[in-house]
Write a protein that binds this ligand. Sequence first.
Ligand code: XMP
Length: 318
Amino acid sequence: TWTMRSFVESSIEAVRDKVGRDRVLCALSGGVDSSVVAVLLHKAIGDQLQCIFVNNGLLRKGEAETVERVFRDHFEINLVTVDATDLFLGRLQGVTDPEQKRKIIGNLFIEVFEKEAAKLEGTRYLAQGTLYPDVIESVSFKGPSATIKTHHNVGGLPERMQLELIEPLRELFKDEVRMVGRELGLPERIIMRHPFPGPGLAIRIIGEVTPERLRILREADAIVLEELEAANWYDRVWQAFAVLLPVRSVGVMGDERTYEQVVALRAVESVDAMTADWARMPYQLMARISNRIINEVAGVNRVVYDISSKPPSTIEWE
Ligand code: XMP
């Protein structure tokens, strides 16, 4: 549209004016906001932009590969990917408390990001995908979830690293960011992506995060998304995902007794994540998801559906 095109054009000019010949760093997560920022900045300053993607080992199936394919191969953006899986999983060993998990993951992210950034000389700016709602929220009020769960972004980074911020999306709402993304030619899959929490699968594994439990959740989660897309339900829900519970249940396979793990399916409708209602998905779809998870994911013999709304529950289980 005309408005989006002129927004893109004026943003590009503003970034060029501000940055001059300096270098800009961008923490790419693969989510909508940081993706739009990266492509917008690349349009404006090309090779003066350096993106860093930290693989914390808590991502969904194929996520790291997708980021590399889209941003490095397709858009030809300078991208450093750091595989910090062992570091994150090592520090999470034995940790079961949700806020403890968040703190460890948030601090480790900053640590890894700073270390990578230090290798890149002459950087003066940090680009962030701050949106208008983030701006108001931090100034005038805190949404309930912000105080109940300590959501982390890259907050704190710019000051510690003495970088100046560039926030081209500061005046936009989410739907406008999506329009800008379309204008910039980002794939629809990225533009319409469900929100994914910074701490990733760690807060969807209730209890301790281990490589084996990550494998189970990652496979189950991929099935949920595949089936939602196949049934044209992906765009109808705010978020949909699998949660791995810390209980085992008895089942039967052939003549054998099984004693295995339980996966909870969570799908919600929402407009801003402050309130949410469980999605009335078709039984057929739920049945397919359940059958596939139990048949295809070794170690799971039961799937349950979460029918609680927010409040009093939250969207995530941790
Ligand atoms: P809750 O579970 O509080 O989630 O209803 C509201 C929205 O925030 C996401 N969420 C997080 N995002 N870091 C994030 O970046 C976090 O620690 C975090 N915890 C929850 C959640 O996925 C939902 O979209």
